[in-house]
Ligand binder design. Structure first.
Ligand code: ARG
Length: 437
């Protein structure tokens, strides 16, 4: 166990089990780049303000850059016996440059430090998320471009409702994902505010310059309240909410893929590279990836719930409860990203089965609304037309035929407004054409 940053006040060593329980390095070590970036900005500001000497400022910069390079190339390993990534880097710096390293933490607390690191880290993750959502939208576009005219049944209540285009069905998911990108942007913009300078909770008496760390770290501004600065985790809750909505969308899409690749539907076939077999049943081709994405949505919702519950009863300002923010938000980010990464190639490579979709669309009287519209176009009130067509559908069911094949005599017996052109009017292509062009 390494010596604690806060060892001075204590006469006893931390109990090993208590240390292990308290430590967060296993989770926060992934923020080492952000921690170093934050420290570089802070040290440069301290030197600029004359709070530390230029020589100390340069020594700190040199030391931190050296640590960064060595970590990047695997020459230095993070020592997991430290309490957190902040203690490890500060201690490593002091081991390398001596006394100057001990000046780095002037006018700073781990409370504003960790809030800064986390905002920087999640800001970067938002950039990655945006690219990965775009890739799913592009995969859907590939399918739309390959099948611009394929007709499929559109559903409400999972009952065949009206004929639609496969491309229109996929457009609905593209729209959801486009809104997700806007939400990521919004959330990223709101999180891009610097808490650095908030100190432990009450700021600092040193003549620091918050604006210079803001610009060095690419923030848009700094938090007005130092108490809020160290204890605000809205950006974690908000991102987890955004991620949860993304997962709802992916889960709905995957649910459809799972249905569509069943032999009951057979609207699509998933590529062999993105499906799995069964150890027992030789005929099986299982949509495991789609099911896993659907299943993992629950994890992300759980992370959001964990964050909301963790925050809801904390008095101002920082409390150690907040250390629990990272396992939850990191898991939510990692899970959503891996799902987006799995979804894109699975969607791009799936094979649509146009004949099957067309056949299903022809079977469910999904042009009944159009048939009623035909009568309306010839002057009949919609409600009357609706009733007549309902009776025709009943006749079709009894005769085991469809509105496309019902004899004209039967149409005309139901109402004299029907003429030969009814067949062209209720043709599925015509129905789709009327609505989607
Ligand atoms: N590991 C802590 C966290 O993630 C860092 C801040 C610790 N601050 C403190 N006063 N104990 O929240």
């Amino acid at each position: 166990m390494a010596e604690k940053l806060w060892a001075g006040r204590f006469t006893k060593q931390t109990d090993q089990a208590a240390h292990d329980f308290n430590a967060s390095i296993a989770v926060d070590c992934r923020m080492w780049r952000e921690d170093i970036a934050g420290s570089l900005a802070h040290a440069a500001m301290l030197a600029k303000q004359g709070i530390i000497t230029p020589e100390d400022g340069q020594a700190i910069e040199r030391g931190l850059l050296e640590i960064a390079t060595e970590l990047e190339h695997g020459k230095l390993e993070i020592d997991m016996t430290f309490e957190d990534i902040h203690s490890f880097i500060e201690s490593e710096l002091t081991a390398r440059i001596g006394e100057a390293g001990k000046r780095l933490h002037t006018g700073r607390s781990r409370n504003d430090q960790v809030a800064t690191d986390l905002r920087l880290y999640l800001r970067g993750q938002c950039d990655e998320l945006r690219v990965e959502i775009e890739a799913v939208i592009a995969a859907l576009q590939q399918q739309r471009d390959a099948h611009p005219d394929v007709i499929m049944p559109g559903y409400t209540h999972l009952q065949r409702a009206q004929p639609i285009l496969f491309a229109q069905h996929l457009l609905a998911y593209q729209e959801m994902l486009r809104r997700d990108i806007l939400r990521v942007n919004d959330c990223q913009a709101r999180m891009n505010v610097s808490p650095l300078g908030s100190g432990a909770l009450a700021g600092t008496g040193y003549p620091i310059d918050r604006a210079s760390t803001v610009s060095a770290l690419g923030f848009d501004g700094y938090t007005a309240s130092t108490l809020d600065g160290v204890s605000d985790r809205d950006f974690c809750m908000e991102l987890a909410a955004v991620l949860s909505i993304i997962m709802v969308h992916l889960s709905r899409l995957c649910e459809e893929l799972i249905l569509w690749c069943s032999w009951e539907f057979r609207f699509i076939e998933l590529d062999g590279a993105y499906t799995t077999g069964s150890s027992m049943m030789p005929q099986k081709k299982n949509p495991d990836l789609a099911e896993l994405i659907r299943g993992k949505s629950g994890r992300v919702f759980g992370d959001l719930t964990a964050l909301l519950t963790m925050m809801k009863a904390q008095p101002l300002a920082y409390n150690k409860d907040m250390q629990e923010d990272k396992p939850a938000i990191f898991d939510a980010v990692d899970t959503t990203r891996v799902c987006l990464q799995a979804a894109a190639p699975m969607l791009a490579t799936m094979q649509a089965k146009p004949e099957q979709m067309r056949r299903a669309a022809a079977e469910g009287f999904i042009n009944a609304t159009d048939c009623a519209d035909y009568l309306v176009a010839r002057g009949m009130p919609f409600r009357t037309a609706y009733k007549i067509v309902g009776e025709l559908v009943a006749q079709c069911i009894a005769a085991d035929c469809t509105l496309e094949t019902l004899p004209l005599a039967q149409y005309q017996a139901a109402n004299e407004l029907f003429t030969e052109d009814i067949y062209a009017f209720v043709a599925l292509e015509a129905c789709v054409q009327r609505r989607f062009s």
